[in-house]
Design a protein around this ligand. Structure first.
Ligand code: FAD
Ligand code: SF4
Ligand code: SF4
Length: 480
């Protein structure tokens, strides 16, 4: 083994420099700087090159982490890039927004005695360097294939599938109801986690690779699924999950209460230079307001940190469980606390008060009881423990469910699970409609970008195998 590795005993963990909270609160720029080249090499050299790398096992893409860390430590960055991009379509995006503490880094074996290798930051550094150096190039397939594939949804699942299929030479068209490419990467996740140009340069690359995008096109409204099946040899549905969960509580319909994603989308669109009526009227702008966000996941964290940056007077996050049991990343909670967000753990909303507009959230204190059937401690209300929390803007970040897809796609017999997600045969990734595949959140329920990429890649492989089998059997398929 190179003497460059195994430096974790003498070299402490160092993330890239993080901007001071007081500065971060004033803008929407990413909060971490990039590693300098020697710092990336130094941090990569802390890896002990495990024989059984648990980091790799727990990365949904099974990235070859030890090898690209070694290449980085040796300064062989172009090779590191080739290796990391072989298993991940968007390494610089995952390096920024994967919850590494629950995936690769959380399973790094040197974590116990010494802090883990900073895998995500090195992954981001490798690919950002590749972009700067011009090593990221459009796809030129070895041979063009006549078959065309239609992909519904330009989020990470759809885009990863598009890239993989294009590599194989298929003619790929991606349809999206939005006016921009990226799905939640562009309209959900805020700039301070993932700057928009990082997503937009991927779109440009796909366009240069001759992937066709049909935007402002909602499948089910502007074109039917049946038409797409006529037009394409195979169709992939990667439409994500968008129906906001709600709570039944008195006053829940009052003005001043909004779904989290409406708020984040307005903020992202405003940042992109769009004119957004609900933002400009002040309805979805937190400036000068007492903001209360309800929920404890990634979406809630993005809302509280956006509200801080918009100049809210106060920002509170109400969550009915405690810090240890929240679904959001602990790293994000730390960032939010540094930026001035107050977390009110073990607290649940009971009613929304106000005459013409919300003025307070009536909350009740929670005690975590015995574990329920899911293994999680059940929240129980503590009698007579009410507190009224002042609020001018309440954001509901309680999670997402799928829309009624068979109705939305005018395909009543499209198979769904009890949760409303698309039912697929996991071996083929096909729905119950011949030649219609599915991937990403619409199959898993609200999940992670890295899982969407994994599903998109898997779906591309299965579509290729299915078309190959059809061709071998002599069945004609549609060409564009
Ligand atoms: P999406 O990204 O939702 O893309 C689906 C696309 O399909 C959209 O562009 C939509 O417009 C389009 N579409 C839907 N219906 C139709 C139709 N009928 N016709 C045409 N187009 C249609 N994950 C992380 O890993 N890290 C994070 O930090 C993180 N933060 C998040 C923050 C927020 C606020 C949210 C909401 C999610 C976050 N996630 C995060 C989760 C992650 O964004 C999703 O798991 C991922 O984007 C799912 O990818 P997808 O391609 O399946 O769907
Ligand atoms: Fe870690 Fe995500 Fe990168 Fe995998 S893709 S190595 S989980 S940051
Ligand atoms: Fe290196 Fe940690 Fe992965 Fe082991 S688990 S190979 S030390 S990054």
């Amino acid at each position: 083994m190179a003497e460059r590795m195994l430096k974790f005993v003498a070299t402490p963990q160092a993330l890239p420099d993080k901007r001071a909270a007081a500065e971060r609160r004033r803008d929407f720029e990413e909060i971490y700087a990039s590693y300098a080249r020697d710092k990336a090499a130094e941090q990569a050299s802390r890896c002990s090159q495990c024989g059984v790398p648990f980091c790799q096992i727990h990365c949904p893409l099974h990235n070859n982490i030890p090898d690209w860390l070694k290449l980085t430590a040796e300064g062989r960055l172009e090779e590191a890039y080739e290796l990391s991009s072989a298993t991940n379509n968007f390494p610089e995006i995952c390096g920024r927004i994967c919850p590494q503490d629950r995936l690769c880094e959380g399973n790094c074996v040197i974590e116990k005695g010494f802090e883990s290798v900073t895998i995500g930051s090195v992954e981001k550094f490798i690919t950002d360097t590749a972009w700067r150096q011009g090593w990221v190039r459009p796809i030129t397939p070895r041979r063009e294939r006549p078959e065309s594939i239609g992909i519904v949804g330009a989020g990470p699942a759809g885009l990863a599938a598009a890239e993989q299929l294009r590599r194989k030479g298929y003619q790929v068209t991606v349809y999206d109801r939005y006016d921009r490419v990226g799905g939640l990467l562009i309209y959900g996740i805020p700039n301070f986690k993932l700057e928009k140009e990082i997503v937009q340069r991927r779109e440009t690359l796909l366009r240069e690779s001759k992937v066709t995008f049909v935007l402002n096109c909602e499948v089910g409204r502007d074109v039917t699924l049946a038409e797409l099946r006529q037009r394409h040899a195979a169709v992939l549905i990667a439409t994500g999950v968008y129906k906001a969960r709600d709570i039944a509580a008195p006053g829940v319909g009052l003005p001043g209460i909004a779904p989290a994603l409406d708020y984040l989308t307005a903020s992202n669109r405003h940042g992109l230079g769009d004119s957004v009526a609900a933002f400009e009227s002040g309805e979805l702008d937190a400036k000068g307001k007492n903001v209360v966000v309800i929920g404890g996941g990634d979406t809630a964290m993005d809302c509280v940190r956006t509200a801080v940056r918009q100049g809210a007077r106060s920002v509170k996050c109400l969550y009915r469980r405690d810090r240890a049991n929240m679904p959001g990343s602990q790293r994000e909670v730390k960032h939010a606390e540094e930026e001035g967000v107050e977390f009110v753990w073990l607290s649940s909303p009971q009613a929304f008060l106000g005459k013409d507009h919300v003025s307070h959230v009536r909350t009740v204190r929670i005690h975590l009881g015995m574990p329920d059937s899911s293994g999680r401690q059940a929240p129980q209300e503590i009698p007579d423990s009410h507190v009224n929390v002042e609020a001018d803007l309440v954001l509901m970040a309680l999670g997402f469910d799928p829309e009624d897809l068979p109705a939305a796609m005018a395909t009543p017999d499209l198979g769904v699970t009890g949760w409303g997600t698309l039912k697929i045969d996991w071996k083929t990734m096909m729905t119950n409609q011949d030649g219609v595949f599915a991937a990403g959140d619409i199959v898993r329920g609200a999940s992670l970008v890295v899982w969407a990429v994994r599903d998109g890649r898997d779906a591309a492989e299965r579509i290729h195998a299915w078309l190959g089998a059809k061709a071998a059997a002599g069945v004609a398929v549609a060409a564009e």
